[in-house]
Design a protein around this ligand. Sequence first.
Ligand code: RB5
Length: 150
Amino acid sequence: MRIAIGCDHAGFDLKPTIKNYLIEKGIEIIDEGTYSSESVDYPEYAKKVAIDIISDKADLGILICGTGIGISIAANKIHGIRAVACSEPFSAKLSREHNNTNILAFGSRVIGSELAKMIIDVWLNAKFQGGRHQKRLDQMTQIEKDESLS
Ligand code: RB5
């Protein structure tokens, strides 16, 4: 399992805790920054992690900003990315089972590190259920391909 991780300055303090937690589980980490608490723009880090997934350098991604919102919206601009901003385990589980999310986003100003770890565990252990859910993902892929919308 390879996970790409990225954050902005707001997520910088939480990133090492998450990173070490995943390393302890034997997961290979690609750390796309940011690497200091200096103010940066979250779309850059969302894009790096999203491209790691799309180019098959990583299997999944974790993104952290202040709320998890901006960084997940930015990641979802990349075709093939299904990012969820999550602050509780129920949505994290269903986001995998029904939506096959490939990026989990957190708000460092919303949740603490122990809740983040719990959400990660639930997210990683949940399995996409396919079937009627695959049909809906296919419809989303078709929306991405539909040039008449752009
Ligand atoms: C940065 O101040 C903050 O706007 C960002 O981390 C994030 O919360 C945006 O959605």
